[in-house]
Design a protein around this ligand. Structure first.
Ligand code: GLN
Length: 198
């Protein structure tokens, strides 16, 4: 049974652990390098990417996490986690660290103040069973994705029509939305399947 870590520095950790447990995998919090060394894969939750960046440095996790990702550890980031996995952040803080696991440029808080939070249906490539009800909370979007990056989902309709909100590059997935708050386990299941096949 795969052992999947959830980065537990800040953000909606419990929701991700709960979603993974419902899929019958071992889900464990990761806060220290020794804990990171013991997991097969890592979920990076939503929260505040500038804070998560600072805490990764403070907890001596930044370098070991970069190493694990470079060595091919499967990872999934939602919202702030998606920002952390990018190569470049627009509207970030100058000292904000990134993990460069997915060749993409993301814009923080991209949807703007007037639409801090919203829900919409998004069709996700490779996820059967109809559109996914997505919840966006001060979310980013991807403005550029590199050659090896698969666009899995885009907003349709409204002012953000066409914006990229779900991507995959090899063993690493990211969504700008929060599947852990909806009770729909399909995105987590896709990640667990990816981990099992990795
Ligand atoms: N706006 C947050 C950030 O910049 C992300 C929001 C979220 O994870 N819900 O990190």
């Amino acid at each position: 049974m795969p052992r999947i870590g959830v980065l537990s520095l800040q953000g909606d950790v419990a929701e991700h652990i709960g979603a993974l447990e419902r899929l019958s995998v071992t889900a464990v919090p990761v806060r220290r390098p020794a804990e990171l060394a013991q997991v097969d894969a890592l979920v990076m939750p939503g929260g505040e990417s500038t804070t998560i960046s600072k805490l990764l440095v403070a907890f001596d996790l930044l370098a070991p996490l970069r190493e694990r990702l470079a060595a091919g550890m499967p990872a999934y980031g939602s919202c702030a986690g998606m920002i952390m996995l990018a190569t470049e952040v627009l509207d970030g803080r100058d000292d904000q660290e990134v993990l460069s696991a997915i060749d993409m440029t993301v814009r923080r808080n991209a949807f703007g103040r007037q639409v801090d939070s919203f829900e919409t249906d998004v069709v996700l490539d490779g996820i059967d069973g109809g559109p996914f009800r997505t919840v966006f909370i001060r979310a980013p979007w991807a403005e550029r994705v590199g050659d090896g990056v698969e666009v899995v989902g885009r907003i349709t309709g409204g002012p953000a029509d066409g914006k990229i909100v779900a991507v995959r590059a090899g063993n690493v997935m990211a969504t700008a939305f929060h599947p852990e708050v909806t009770g729909d386990l399909r995105v987590h299941r896709a990640f667990v399947d990816l981990v099992r096949n990795a």
